[in-house]
Design a protein around this ligand. Structure first.
Ligand code: DQA
Length: 139
């Protein structure tokens, strides 16, 4: 199986940024653990702070892999363009969030992407990514 993880803006700063919300672990460390846990799954990782680059990556992988797990960061709440890209591709896409966005500011309660996704997982810390992966693997 081949799964693409995509992190959007500011998620390159995991482990550094707002640790009380996002924790102490940087994504590369977490990714290593995830790959060890699922050795038979090819887990590709891409991070960008640029909306168009995220869209390009969805187009690139979304017709020839088994799924996409995306944490689009703040673009979740604003980006019709990323929602359209998700709707355009064939691979199932799961939206994830590290924090429980529903416990936070009201502007984080709405997702532009969710309606185009297979499902949404939020609030389990870094484990949100694994839970999404688990779903795609169990198809
Ligand atoms: C986030 C939640 C978003 O509201 C925020 O803009 C992020 C991270 C999360 O993983 O909890 O950058 O997607």
């Amino acid at each position: 199986m081949k799964i693409q993880l995509i992190n959007g803006p500011n998620l390159n700063l995991l482990g550094v940024r707002e640790k009380s919300i996002y924790g102490n672990t940087d994504f590369e460390t977490y990714l290593k653990e995830l790959r060890q846990r699922y050795p038979s799954v090819e887990i590709d990782y891409y991070q960008s702070n640029v909306e168009g680059e995220i869209i390009n990556k969805i187009h690139e992988v979304g017709f020839n892999n088994d799924g996409i797990v995306i944490n689009a960061g703040a673009y979740t709440h604003t980006s019709i363009a990323i929602a359209d890209a998700i709707a355009a591709v064939k691979s199932p896409v799961i939206e994830v969030h590290i924090s429980n966005v529903y416990k936070r500011e009201e502007f984080r309660h709405h997702s532009m992407l969710a309606a185009s996704c297979k499902g949404v997982i939020a609030g389990f810390g870094m484990d949100s990514y694994r839970l999404a992966l688990e779903n795609l693997i169990s198809i």
